[in-house]
Design a protein around this ligand. Structure first.
Ligand code: COI
Length: 350
């Protein structure tokens, strides 16, 4: 079905310097919105950014039927705008929606919504350094009913926010071996709101102890690394890139996937396998060079400075020649159009 997106009158154009603001604080001027009712998506439109009116009985407020994506648009070196890996984000969005019994958004509608919105708010894309426009497509269940059921009505929306560096310093993390983020068979692979809300409490406890984030471990043994905060966990152990496999409880990160592909095609040894925190202890104690970092759309590559494991703090390698910085630089080069895009990841705004 063809969807025509209407665009409302321009809101007042105010582009402020947002570089010092916390991540995701300032919306751009417009948003995309579309309702699902009677089995189909209706009235797709771009309107000035505004608050929503929601029935207090809307199902999303009670039973957590919410799914989101996180994407980025960049200015390339030649001045064109690149919305990175729309395909893969749509694919993951679809899988998350399926897991949460929510209706799919046709790819053409998803892409048209994002492209038109980014084109309209293009002046909000930061041009320098780590700057990018963070794009947040999301869906919520809006049917008004406190009975526990799969909703029949939804909103699909896209909002955007200019973003710079997510973390200002290398992270101090601790192995979390009491609380878990997700279990196999649960919703850990879906980008649904509940996964993030459920992580707040253990993360806050870690922050109270002086850490920036936790390194989640598996739900059965509390031993094998899963994710780091809201990012995929990756390591270079003696120059081998090691990361947990997509076992069913971790997110299929787009940045994770991109970094693995870049590493493989540039001759880096890559191992997607389970990593016990005991293996990390051995590596540190044997004096191996251990780099650790989180990978995610918002944070890109977030270096980890130290990992606390059972009361001992182990320092990770952060030297200028760290391989994680090289990977980040290579990814940056592709996105900016400075290096060949061999995989067709760049979606250039027309
Ligand atoms: C992202 O990296 O895009 C995320 O979704 C993480 C966080 C901002 C929720």
């Amino acid at each position: 079905m063809e969807h025509t997106i209407s665009i409302s009158a321009q809101a007042e154009r105010i582009v402020t310097d947002t570089s010092s603001l916390p991540f995701g604080k300032i919306p751009t001027e417009h948003m995309f919105i579309c309702e699902y009712a009677d089995g189909g998506w209706q009235n797709p439109r771009i309107v000035p950014f505004h608050d929503l009116t929601l029935n207090p009985m809307a199902l999303c407020l009670h039973y957590g039927q919410t799914v989101f994506e996180g994407m980025k648009a960049f200015y390339m070196d030649d001045g064109r705008v690149n919305i990175f890996r729309m395909d893969k984000h749509h694919d993951r969005f679809t899988k998350s929606l399926h897991r949460m019994c929510m209706p799919e958004v046709p790819k053409a509608l998803f892409e048209a919504a994002i492209c038109k919105l980014v084109a309209l708010d293009v002046e909000w894309i930061p041009r320098d350094g780590d700057g990018a426009l963070y794009i947040r497509p999301f869906m919520i269940a809006t049917e008004a009913r406190v009975g526990v059921k799969i909703a029949d009505e939804y909103l699909f929306m896209v909002v955007c926010s200019p973003t710079f560096q997510y973390y200002s310093h290398p992270l101090k993390v601790k192995i979390e071996n009491h609380f878990v983020r997700a279990a196999e068979g649960g919703t850990g692979t879906a980008k649904c709101g509940g996964n993030y809300g459920g992580a707040f409490y253990p993360t806050q406890l870690a922050k109270d102890e002086g850490y920036d984030q936790v390194l989640w471990t598996d739900s059965k043994n509390h031993e094998f690394i899963e994710e780091s905060g809201t990012m995929n966990a990756m390591f270079f152990i003696d120059n081998v890139l090691v990361t947990p496999p997509l076992s069913g409880s971790i997110l299929d990160g787009v940045t994770r996937d991109s970094l693995l592909a870049i590493a493989r095609e540039t001759g880096v040894a890559v191992e997607e396998r389970s990593i016990s925190y005991k293996e990390l202890v051995r590596a540190f104690e044997e004096g191996k060079r251990v780099e650790a970092f989180g990978a995610g759309t918002a944070a890109v590559v977030a270096p980890i400075a130290s990992i606390a494991i059972e009361g001992t703090e182990y320092a990770c390698y952060l030297g200028d020649d760290a391989l994680m910085y090289r990977l980040k630089h290579q990814l940056f080069g592709i996105r900016k159009g400075l290096a060949p895009d061999n995989h067709g990841w760049n979606c250039i705004l027309k």
